[in-house]
Design a protein around this ligand. Structure first.
Ligand SMILES: NC(=O)C1=CN([C@@H]2O[C@H](COP(=O)(O)OP(=O)(O)OC[C@H]3O[C@@H](n4cnc5c(N)ncnc54)[C@H](OP(=O)(O)O)[C@@H]3O)[C@@H](O)[C@H]2O)C=CC1
Ligand SMILES: O=C(O)CCC(=O)C(=O)O
Length: 446
C-alpha cells in the first residue's frame, strides 16, 4: 500500500514514464517502503525529494551502427541513464540483451541508486546497455559492437563522472573491448573509467566472483540471524551466468548443496550437487546451452519445460533476470519448505512473490541488498585504480565479506527501527533512501 501523500506522486511518475512497466514496479516498491520515513522527516516532502529522486539527472540514447562478419550493417540502440550522483560518480553496469529498452534501463538505474548507497561507499547510481543480442555472435562481431558503442559513450563517462561495468551479456571480454576503444579515442590510460576489467588492464581480484559470493554471504547472514546456516541445505539457483556460477561456488564453500540451475532454454537438476568445474567449462569457456551440462554429467537431468522453482529446496537464489519468480513460483517454494531467498538478480521476484514470502515469514533478501557485493567490489576496483594499487584475493574477499555483513546489519537494524523486524525489503529501501535523500538535501536544490 502507498502512503496517501505518495499516491499522486506515483500516478504522476506513471504518466510521465508511460509504457515503462519495470520502472513503475521498481519505483512503487521503494515508495511503498518509505511512507513511514516521510512522517518522521517532513523535510523530504517539503523539498520534493521523492519527485527529484525518481527523475534521472540525465538519460542518453544513441545509435550504435556495426557490421557483422558477412559485411551486413546492423543498427542497435544504446542507453545510459545517469540517475543520481549525490553520493559519488554514477556507477552501474551495462546490459546487452534484445529486451533492453528505456523502462529496463531506468528500473535498473533506479535500483542502483539505493543499492550503491547501502554499500556505504562513495558511488552514485547509473545503468546502461543496448538492445543488442550477443548470442551466436563471433568474437570479432562482439568487438566491433563494443567499439561502436563506446564511440558514443566515451563523451559521457570518466572516472569522476560515470563508471560503467558489466551486467547481463557484458563480462570481462566486453569490458576489455570497451576500455580499448575508450583508451584509443581519449589517448588516456584512465583505468578508473570502467570496472570489471581483466587484472592485466587494472582490474580487481574478486570482482568476477563478487556478486555471487556477496549474495551467498548475505543469505548466510540472514540464516545466522535465525540461528541457522547453509550446512546441509539444498539450494536452487536460477541462471548460469556470472552471478549464478559464483553464488553456487560460495554456497558450496559454506556447506550448502546447489541441486539445480538454469538458463533461458531450461534447467538442470543434479541431486549430487552441481559440478562447478563442468558448469564453468560449459558456460564460461564454451558459452554453450545448459542442456550440454546434463549431456556430460551422469545422473543429471535436463528439463526444457517447467520452472526451476519446482525443484524442492530450503534456499532459493534467483540470479537470472527481472520478474523470473512469480507469485505461483513463490507458493510452490514455500510449500516445498523454502525458508530463505536471496535475490542475486535485480528485481527477479514479482511484487506478488515478495508479498507471499513476507507473509510466510521467509527470510527475503532483496536484490538491492543481497547483490550489492558486485558494485561494492567495483568501488574497491576504483580505489585500487586511483591509488595505482592491486590487492590480494584474500584481502579483497575479506573487504567484500565485511561490506556484505554491514549491508545486512544496516537493513536489519533499519527494519527494526521502523517497527518491521525481519523485513529486509523495508530495511533496504529505507536505509538506502535516507542516505541518498540526506546527501541531496545537503547539496541544495539539485
Ligand atoms: N554481473 C554483476 O556483477 C551483477 C549482476 N546483477 C544481476 O544479476 C542478474 C544476472 O546477471 P549476470 O549473471 O551478470 O548475467 P549473465 O549474462 O552472466 O548471465 C545471465 C543468466 O541469466 C539467464 N537469463 C537472462 N535473461 C533471461 C531470461 N529472460 N529468461 C531466463 N533466463 C535468462 C541467462 O541465460 P541465457 O544465456 O540463456 O540468456 C544466463 O544464464 C541480472 O539481473 C543482473 O542485473 C546484479 C548485480 C551485479
Ligand atoms: O559493478 C558495477 O558497477 C555494476 C553492478 C551492477 O550492474 C549491479 O549492481 O546491478
Amino acid at each position: 500500500m502507498l502512503h496517501a501523500q505518495l499516491e499522486p506522486i506515483y500516478d504522476d511518475i506513471v504518466q510521465r514514464n508511460r509504457g515503462e512497466s519495470e520502472f513503475h514496479q521498481a519505483v512503487r516498491e521503494v515508495l511503498e517502503s518509505v511512507g513511514p520515513v516521510l512522517v518522521k522527516h517532513p523535510e523530504y516532502a517539503e523539498q520534493k525529494v521523492i519527485e527529484r529522486i525518481c527523475e534521472p539527472e540525465r538519460f542518453i540514447v544513441f545509435r550504435v551502427p556495426w557490421e557483422d562478419d558477412r559485411g551486413e550493417v546492423h543498427i542497435n540502440r544504446g542507453f545510459r541513464v545517469e540517475f543520481n550522483s549525490a553520493l559519488g560518480p554514477y556507477k552501474g553496469g551495462l546490459r546487452f540483451h534484445p529486451s533492453v529498452y528505456q523502462g529496463i534501463v531506468k528500473f535498473l538505474g533506479f535500483e542502483q541508486i539505493f543499492k550503491n548507497a547501502l554499500t556505504g561507499l562513495p558511488i552514485g547510481g547509473g545503468k546502461g546497455g543496448a538492445d543488442f543480442d550477443p548470442k551466436g555472435r563471433s568474437d570479432r562481431e562482439i568487438m566491433r559492437f563494443c567499439q561502436s558503442f563506446m564511440t558514443e559513450l566515451y563523451r559521457h563517462v570518466g572516472e569522476h563522472t560515470d563508471v560503467p561495468a558489466g551486467d547481463i551479456g557484458v563480462g570481462g571480454r566486453e569490458i576489455g573491448y570497451l576500455f580499448g576503444q575508450y583508451k584509443r579515442i581519449t589517448n588516456r590510460y584512465e583505468s578508473g573509467v570502467l570496472t570489471g576489467k581483466h587484472l592485466s588492464l587494472g582490474g580487481a581480484r574478486v570482482r568476477t566472483e563478487a556478486t555471487g559470493y556477496g549474495c551467498a554471504y548475505f543469505v548466510d547472514e540472514m540464516l545466522a540471524a535465525r540461528g541457522e546456516s547453509f550446512e546441509g541445505k539444498q539450494v536452487v539457483v536460477s541462471g548460469s551466468g556470472n552471478v549464478a556460477i559464483y553464488s553456487i561456488e560460495k554456497v558450496h564453500q559454506l556447506g550448502g548443496t546447489v541441486v539445480a540451475c538454469s538458463d533461458s532454454s531450461g534447467y538442470v537438476y543434479d541431486e549430487n550437487g552441481i559440478d562447478l568445474d563442468l558448469l564453468k567449462q560449459v558456460k564460461e569457456v564454451e558459452r554453450e546451452r545448459i542442456g550440454v551440462y546434463a549431456d556430460r554429467r551422469g545422473g543429471a537431468k535436463y528439463v526444457q519445460d517447467g520452472s526451476v522453482w519446482d525443484v524442492p529446496c530450503q534456499v532459493a537464489m534467483p540470479s537470472a533476470t527481472q520478474n523470473e519468480l512469480t507469485g505461483d513460483d513463490a507458493a510452490t517454494l514455500i510449500r516445498n519448505g523454502c525458508t530463505a531467498v536471496g535475490e542475486g538478480a535485480n528485481m527477479p521476484a514479482t511484487p506478488q512473490a515478495i508479498r507471499a514470502f513476507l507473509d510466510a515469514e521467509v527470510a527475503f533478501g532483496p536484490g538491492k541488498a543481497a547483490n550489492a557485493g558486485g558494485v561494492a567490489t567495483s568501488a574497491l576496483e576504483m580505489q585500487q585504480n586511483a591509488s595505482r594499487d592491486s590487492w590480494s584475493f584474500e584481502f579483497t574477499e575479506q573487504r567484500l565479506e565485511a561490506i556484505m555483513k554491514d549491508v545486512h546489519a544496516r537493513c536489519f537494524a533499519t527494519a527494526e527501527e521502523y517497527g518491521m523486524p525481519g523485513n529486509y525489503v523495508a530495511g533496504a529501501n529505507i536505509a538506502g533512501f535516507t542516505a541518498v535523500a540526506d546527501a541531496m538535501l545537503r547539496l541544495g536544490l539539485v
